[in-house]
Ligand binder design. Structure first.
Ligand code: NOJ
Length: 493
């Protein structure tokens, strides 16, 4: 009898635990799920009609050796001609929204706002029509790395002239599309632009300007973002009633040694706080910790001032608070430890850290990307700790495959990262409102060309029709989106 009783109680607990567990994986009411792409990576039609040349057109054409497979985005997934098909893929997935970016030089062929391309403007209106017909909300990124080459010749993001020029472009965008777009993102991943484009030189415009160049780029991007925000706020918000934010990415950083409580924060502030603190903190400006470190290193090297530029009081106030939402891109984590006896000079490493991967973290086809779902949870918690309950939209998350349709690893990755996100929401009260898979379809993965494929849909780049085929993750994800319940993929995570 006693045994029977015990069995009954255990069964009762087991069933309620299973239910509690199942409930945890249901998405909150009103939560939005979508998929993302960017203009240069998918559109092709690089010189159709009056489209102007962008930095990515120049970077790939000038030296194909810069791209792993010698390719470029001239045709890419040909979405300029095949956008209707793409909207059907989104429909098939059942997503709430599509995050795509606008090509600056398609809309403004010369870069300047006085010459507006009819063909360019129409293309995005046609895409928006198609999304509207299919009940899919547009999330529009105004700038995803492809600025006019002409402005690069004037210094690009190393020049403050870009602040006005970007503001002028953004105004055209709001005027043309703001009545039908309720979510705008100004700039995608500023740190990647500055680190890889102006410091490492592996992405367009391919410059190696030292850390000073990288920081000047960051400085101008922050100003340009704020300019676009204020234009929206003052000239359009009252009638258009949308939201506008920036997209910042971060890895998570785990101190390699347990007693080192500093390194992970330093790494995070250098990568993420540099952009988020000026916008989302109460006091604005760069985080004190990075201002101090860079100033000390600069002095040590005999520079007359810090190589991190200073914002005037006016600019601090102008930038502070300029985002209704944080767009957050996340993929990967690193272990960090202080540099000891390294041959790297301070000049190269203001953060004073070495970045490695824990060999236990599963590899993916992308060398910098390991599978560490806790990194998403820890980032979301840290964002809350640093900036309070700001609205977070996860604007990118995903991994690459190498061309196979059986993308078992992707399913496991998306499942485990979405689980980490739901834990952040339900257990830690993080204010996450949306989740976006990168990417809807295989596309031009920057310096890696078409070798790394991030799509939910495979694209045959050897076929002139650029045939799209669903990968194995599509039916699984479609069901998750339909039921709003994060079930594990059949093959297990
Ligand atoms: C972030 C970028 O926004 C996107 O363009 C890129 O393809 C993915 N990361 C994957 O590397």
């Amino acid at each position: 009898m006693y045994n029977c009783y015990c069995l009954f109680i255990s069964l009762f607990y087991y069933i309620s635990l299973v239910h509690a567990d199942e409930d945890n994986w249901i998405f909150p009411d009103g939560f939005l799920i979508g998929a993302a792409t960017s203009a240069y990576q998918i559109e092709g039609a690089w010189n159709t009609s009056d489209k102007g040349e962008s930095v990515w057109d120049r970077f790939t054409h000038a030296d194909s050796g810069r791209i792993e497979d010698g390719s470029n985005g001239d045709v890419a997934a040909d979405s300029f001609h095949r956008y209707k098909e793409d909207v059907q893929l989104l429909k098939q997935l059942g997503v709430d929204f599509y995050r795509f970016s606008l090509s600056w030089t398609r809309i403004l062929p010369t870069g300047y706002a006085n010459v507006i391309s009819k063909v360019g403007i129409k293309y995005y209106h046609d895409l928006l029509d198609e999304l509207e017909k299919n009940d899919i909300k547009p999330f529009v990124t105004i700038y995803h790395w492809d600025h006019p080459q002409l402005f690069q010749d004037m210094g690009g993001w190393a020049s403050e002239a870009m602040v006005d020029l970007f503001g002028d472009y953004a105004r055209v965008v709001f005027k043309e599309y703001g009545h039908r777009v309720k979510f705008f993102f100004t700039i995608n991943e500023p740190d990647v632009i500055c680190e890889t484009g102006y410091y490492l030189g592996i992405k367009a415009p391919g410059l190696q300007l030292g850390r000073y160049g990288q920081y000047v780029c960051a400085h101008n991007l922050l100003k340009a973002h704020a300019r676009a925000y204020h234009i929206y706020n003052e000239e359009f918000r009252a009638q258009q009633k949308g939201k506008i934010g920036i997209v910042i990415h971060s890895h998570y950083y785990y101190s390699k040694y347990g007693n080192d409580t500093v390194s992970e924060d330093v790494a995070w502030q250098f990568a993420f706080g540099k952009y988020a603190h000026p916008i989302f903190s109460k006091e604005g400006d760069y985080p004190d910790s990075i201002k101090r470190r860079i100033a000390e290193n600069s002095k040590f090297e005999g520079l007359l001032r810090s190589r991190l530029p200073t914002f005037s009081r006016e600019w601090v106030d102008y930038i502070k608070g300029t985002s209704d939402v944080l767009g957050f891109n996340h993929y990967n984590s690193y272990n960090v430890e202080p540099i000891l006896g390294s041959n790297k000079t301070i000049y190269e490493n203001d953060d004073g850290l070495v970045y490695t991967h824990d060999p236990k973290w599963p590899k993916t086809p992308t060398s910098w990307l390991r599978i560490v779902p806790s990194g998403l949870l820890d980032n979301l918690r840290k964002i809350k700790d640093n900036y309070g309950d700001i609205e977070v939209y996860i604007t990118e998350n995903g991994i690459a495959d190498t061309g196979e349709l059986t993308d078992t690893q992707r399913m496991g990755y998306l499942y485990s990262y979405m689980k980490a996100m739901l834990t952040a929401i339900k257990t830690f009260g993080c204010n996450v409102k949306a989740y976006t898979v990168w990417s809807l379809l295989d596309n031009f993965e920057w310096q890696n060309g078409y070798k790394e494929r991030y799509g939910l849909f495979h694209v045959d780049f050897t076929d002139e029709n650029r045939t799209r085929s669903p990968k194995k993750s599509v039916p699984w994800l479609t069901n998750v989106i339909k039921t709003r319940n994060l079930q594990p993929p059949m093959d297990g995570p």
